[in-house]
Design a protein around this ligand. Structure first.
Ligand SMILES: Nc1nc2c(ncn2[C@@H]2O[C@H](COP(=O)(O)OP(=O)(O)OP(=O)(O)O)[C@@H](O)[C@H]2O)c(=O)[nH]1
Ligand SMILES: *[C@@H]1O[C@H](CO)[C@@H](O)[C@H](O)[C@H]1NC(C)=O
Ligand SMILES: *[C@@H]1O[C@H](CO)[C@@H](O)[C@H](O)[C@H]1NC(C)=O
Ligand SMILES: *[C@@H]1O[C@H](CO)[C@@H](O)[C@H](O)[C@H]1NC(C)=O
Ligand SMILES: [Mg+2]
Length: 319
């Protein structure tokens, strides 16, 4: 796997950043390399929002929220309010798993938000806090894996199962979430993601006018401990999907790991590159294409696949 030496190395201390690596893989399968999003943005002139007609797309800013992280979420929302320009007052969707079920909890949160940002923003005719929506998610563990921490022995017991649900949500389920059905682009923010200075362009406009599918912050790689089995899974997938293998073969940036056939390299020690997606912009339609759905379908079947995983050294990798 080739990672440009200039690629930022983020301290990805949290485990199983599967969400971003799976996205990376999806996109590696789908698209040839695009230069990082930010390199293209400087060419775009600042957005002019005076009396612009409705754009031919819809957008949303999304978070996965929890009450325990309400303070940092408020900070993040305040930064969106102040620094993110927009041609339309797109909704801000706070996905949650029950923390905001009660209307008083929602009202309290919004009241605190209003207090924090000081009333109506100047940039839209709709108050910022009026754009906030709460959307409940029902998280269920996949069939085919043990459902207790003790039996499952997850790589990071302290973050089981929430973090793992989060990964499954952002890597597969989100593309088919009913609330996002008619949304063209979403911008994901984590509760600890912040805009630090004004953005001089509307990112959704940029995605649209430049016909982009994905915008991201950087490329990094996870500790191999959290991606065990992934290379073999990919290898199996490519074997059973020649059209995918053909695309991988043709890619200038994608490489199977070298040196794994002679026994020197255990694939489980080889890191997998992925997008660092605490901030990302996604064109949903791209992830709903049949060939991507097929990949996502295989991903969610993975617990069963694990049963038939083979020897740690796979000779087919000596390409
Ligand atoms: N509701 C809910 N939200 C969660 C849970 N775990 C993580 N999140 C949220 O999901 C988003 C992503 O989680 P992070 O902990 O930032 O995971 P990450 O981006 O892979 O890790 P970092 O690189 O350290 O940021 C954040 O907005 C979290 O607040 C959970 O168990 N429940
Ligand atoms: C912004 O757009 C409006 C309407 O299209 C136009 O009249 C105006 O001149 C534009 N302003 C700038 C600074 O480009
Ligand atoms: C909105 O903008 C006007 C001037 O353009 C300014 O006087 C006013 O204080 C602003 N209001 C807020 C809430 O920022
Ligand atoms: C991809 O490349 C490998 C190694 O050159 C080759 O064995 C394989 O047949 C190729 N696959 C396809 C689908 O072209
Ligand atoms: Mg994060």
């Amino acid at each position: 796997m080739v990672i440009p030496s200039s690629a930022p190395r983020y301290a990805l201390t949290r485990t199983v950043v599967v969400s971003f690596l799976l996205l990376f893989i999806s996109f590696t399968l789908l698209f040839s390399y695009h230069p990082p999003f930010k390199t293209t943005l400087s060419k775009i002139s600042p957005f002019n929002n005076s009396q612009a007609p409705h754009p031919p797309y819809t957008a949303a800013i999304i978070y996965l929220a929890r009450l325990s992280h309400a303070d940092e979420l408020l900070e993040s929302l305040a930064s969106v309010n102040v620094y993110l320009p927009h041609r339309d007052p797109w909704p801000i969707i706070l996905f949650h798993t029950g923390d905001f079920d009660d209307t008083p909890d929602q009202d309290d949160f919004l009241a605190t938000l209003r207090e924090k940002i000081g009333g109506a923003s100047n940039r839209s005719d709709r108050d910022f806090s009026d754009r906030v929506e709460f959307v409940k998610l029902d998280w269920v563990l996949p069939e085919g894996i043990p459902h207790t921490k003790e039996e499952l022995d997850p790589v990071s017991p302290s973050s089981w199962p929430g973090y793992h649900h989060m990964c499954a949500f952002y890597s597969t389920k989100i593309f088919f979430n009913p609330r996002l059905q008619d949304v063209t682009y979403y911008l994901r923010m984590d509760t600890d993601s912040l805009f630090l200075e004004p953005l001089c362009y509307d990112p959704f406009e940029v995605m649209h006018t430049r016909q982009r599918s994905y915008g991201y912050l950087g490329v990094g790689n996870d500790a191999p401990i959290v991606t065990k089995g992934l290379w073999r899974f990919l290898r199996d997938y490519a074997d059973s999907h020649p059209e995918v293998e053909l695309r991988l073969n043709a890619s200038k940036t994608w490489k199977w790991p070298r040196g794994s056939a002679n026994g020197d390299v255990d694939l489980d020690d080889v890191s997998v590159s992925g997008y660092y997606n605490n901030f990302e912009i996604v064109k949903l339609e791209e992830f709903r294409k049949p060939e991507v759905k097929e990949w996502l379908y295989h991903l969610i079947q993975y617990p069963e696949h694990q049963e038939k995983v083979i020897s740690p050294i796979d000779h087919r990798f000596d390409l």
